[in-house]
Design a protein around this ligand. Structure first.
Ligand code: E4P
Length: 222
C-alpha cells in the first residue's frame, strides 16, 4: 500500500519524507487555508520535496472552470494531480483532464456507486472519506471494502483507491488488510503508527545492557 501525507504543511512534509516512506501528498482547500500560504507556491514547494503524486484541489463548480483552474496547476510539475469533487461537473472535468494526460483525484466520495462513476470517467484515483462517515455513525471501512471488491471485478478500471479522512492508525491497518492502493495519513497519525511502548522499553534495555557491558569490560582491562 502506498502512503501519502495528508497535509499542506511543508515543514511536516520535509520531516516525514525523510523517513523514506512517503509516496505522495494530498492537500485540500481547508489544509492550504490552514497553512496560510499561497496555494501555487505551496504545491510547487511540495513537488520539490516528494517525488510522487501531489494532489491540488480546484474550487470551481463547473467543468470549464475546473479545467481552467487545473491547467496552470498541472503545469507546475508533472506530479501534480488535480483534485475534483465527485459531482457531475467533476466527472466531466475528469474526462477532459485525462484526455490531456493530466492525473485526476476524484474526491469527496461517499459511496461505491460514486466510485464506479469516477472510474468510468477515467480518474487516476478516487478518494473515499472514511472518517466523515464514521463521524455520523456509519462504517467508513465498509465503503473501502465495497470499492476494493467492486474494482477487483473490473480489471479494466485503472483507478486507484485512495483512503482519505483517516482518523486513527487502525484505519490504516484495515485499509492495508483490505488491499486499498493508497492511504493518505495526517502527520499525527504517522507518529502514532511508528511508536510502540515495547519498542521504547526494549531499546532502553538494549542500551542499558550495552552500557553495562562496556563498563564491565573497561573495569577488567584497566
Ligand atoms: C484528503 O484528500 C482529504 O481531503 C482529507 O483526508 C480529508 O480529511 P478530513 O475528513 O479529516 O477533513
Amino acid at each position: 500500500m502506498q502512503i501519502y501525507l495528508d497535509t499542506a504543511e511543508v515543514e511536516d512534509i520535509r520531516k516525514y519524507a525523510a523517513w523514506g516512506v512517503i509516496d505522495g501528498v494530498t492537500t485540500n482547500p481547508s489544509l492550504v487555508a490552514k497553512s496560510g500560504r499561497v496555494f501555487e507556491e505551496v504545491i510547487e514547494e511540495i513537488c520539490g520535496i516528494v517525488d510522487g503524486p501531489i494532489s491540488a484541489e480546484v474550487t470551481a463548480l463547473d467543468a470549464d472552470g475546473m479545467v481552467a483552474q487545473a491547467e496552470p496547476l498541472a503545469a507546475i510539475h508533472s506530479n501534480v494531480t488535480i483534485k475534483v469533487p465527485l459531482i457531475p461537473e467533476g466527472l466531466k472535468a475528469t474526462k477532459r483532464l485525462r484526455e490531456k494526460d493530466v492525473k485526476v483525484n476524484v474526491t469527496l466520495c461517499f459511496s461505491a456507486t460514486q466510485a464506479v462513476l469516477a472510474a468510468k470517467a477515467g480518474a487516476t484515483m478516487v478518494s473515499p472519506f472514511i472518517g466523515r462517515l464514521d463521524d455520523r455513525g456509519e462504517r467508513g471501512m465498509a465503503l473501502i471494502e465495497d470499492i476494493v471488491r467492486t474494482f477487483r471485478n473490473y480489471p479494466q478500471f485503472n483507478t486507484k483507491v485512495l483512503v482519505a479522512s483517516v482518523r486513527n492508525a487502525d484505519h490504516v491497518r484495515q485499509s492495508a488488510l483490505l488491499g486499498a492502493d493508497i492511504c493518505t495519513i495526517p502527520p499525527k497519525i504517522l507518529d502514532k503508527m511508528v511508536s510502540h511502548d515495547l519498542t521504547d522499553t526494549g531499546l532502553a534495555a538494549f542500551l542499558k545492557d550495552w552500557e553495562n557491558a562496556q563498563t564491565a569490560e573497561g573495569a577488567t582491562t584497566s
